[in-house]
Design a protein around this ligand. Sequence first.
Ligand code: ATP
Ligand code: MG
Length: 438
Amino acid sequence: MNKSANTSEKTALRAVKGMNDILPPESARWEWFEEKVRALMARYGYANVRTPIVEPTALFVRGLGEVTDIVEKEMYSFEDAMNGDKLTLRPEATAGIVRAMIEHNTLYNGPMRVWSQVALFRHERPQKGRYRQFHQIDVEALGYAGPDVDAEQILMCRTLLRDLGLSDQDLRLELNSLGQPAERMAHRAALIAHFEAHAALLDEDAQRRLHTNPLRILDTKNPAMQAVVNAAPQLMSFLGEASLAHLNAVRAVLDAVGLIYTLNPRLVRGMDYYNLTVFEWITDKLGAQGTVCGGGRYDGLFEQLGGKPTPAVGWGMGVERMLLLLEAVGVATAGNAPDVYAVVPQASAVPLAAANCEAIRQAGLKVQMHGAGAESWGSMKSQFKRADASGARFAVIYGEDELASGQVTIKNLRDANAEQRRVVLGDLPATLRELLNA
Ligand code: ATP
Ligand code: MG
């Protein structure tokens, strides 16, 4: 081994750029969020699915469209060193779920509502709210054609936002219809004509996409192109009766529940597979990374991936962005501090203390028992320091003297004036529960 390899072996390794560790206390906020999500899915009848993180590259190229940001420049693709298979870390959730449904013929008995929590990978420029590994809550209704399900998905998103403690002022809903392929073709021709007439105003990306995927030009984030994009013909005026009826049926449900939204004819979304309804939930509180949730209908995707024609609709919510928003708005998320910290002055009392802590846990309380540090078991002082840091409300002290008479002491860690109490070991679970509920 040469010298430089030897030194590098000893330098601390770091996480890959744009990929984050989620550690305490931040991880408690994630768990809090995830519990709200699980409860939501149960209330709306969505079943959990989990598909692999790695998929064949072809799945995303066929599923998302070759001329999309994701497929053109954001995918982590590699060859399996063992057999040369072309693989990709999933950049989005829907294609993998649809693949699984086709592969296992899961919709054989009828349509299905599913959800998943996924880690996704995109090679983007990392910044606040934009990472190379990020997470989504993903919701899909598979085999449903009606606008009622589009509306249901928008409503469940609003319910989640409310459950999380956000108000309708914190986010706005934008809605659009992308119509059907034939309508988009007619619009596409008009769009190409418009952009050709203003070719000098197009940036390099737009020039390249003009004849491959002009609709995507509307999604540009280049400020210099906003004027020419604003003047472009709108898809809305190319929609036929059926598409308009679908959109109006979605709107009728939103209106019935009093959900305010904006029709945004420029909303096109980042993947090619969408048709009819598309929507985004956007906040002004996170700067450029303001879209926290996006979704829509993708009736053509099953066929595109080799399955039977199957209508479907879904959304994806960025977990990091949601948590950033909750922080920006000042929503307090519950931590998961223990109820009780077990202080054990003498290590010789560990077996008895450990057995008693098990009994308290059996009673449903959260107990953290003292453990040795790197150097020693720890003095009373250092044990109480850790008890404080744990966030526990009570300490139970398993002192030698008390234990000799079958008792322990309970100390209130959050109220210095509260009296310490001696309790017989067997009464501890009930007494603690009483104190915690008081
Ligand atoms: P953007 O326009 O911000 O790049 P997108 O259209 O690429 O978003 P989708 O593919 O629709 O996003 O993903 C849905 C949600 O996932 C987004 O609304 C956002 O909350 C989140 N998201 C997307 N990309 C990232 C990322 N790189 N880092 C963190 N969250 C992301
Ligand atoms: Mg993107």
